[in-house]
Design a binder for this molecule. Structure first.
Ligand SMILES: [Zn+2]
Length: 64
């Protein structure tokens, strides 16, 4: 059995460090936020919040 050190990544949405998630371009999105985004409807206030966060994906990182 090979063991790997699991690095915590900072979620681009909730900004918390999580083990599990997906990568969307250079942004890490934790499974919780991914789930929430999928289940948020455009009329909900949260939707705009997620949209704003996702906009950052297309912008170049200044501190990489
Ligand atoms: Zn998150």
């Amino acid at each position: 059995m090979e063991e790997r050190i699991v690095e915590l990544e900072c979620c681009g949405i909730c900004e918390e460090k999580k083990h599990r998630g997906i990568h969307l371009y250079h942004m890490f999105i934790c499974t919780d936020c991914e789930y929430n985004m999928i289940h948020t409807e455009p009329r909900e206030e949260k939707y705009n919040y997620y949209l704003q966060k996702l906009k950052n994906i297309n912008q170049p990182t200044l501190f990489s």
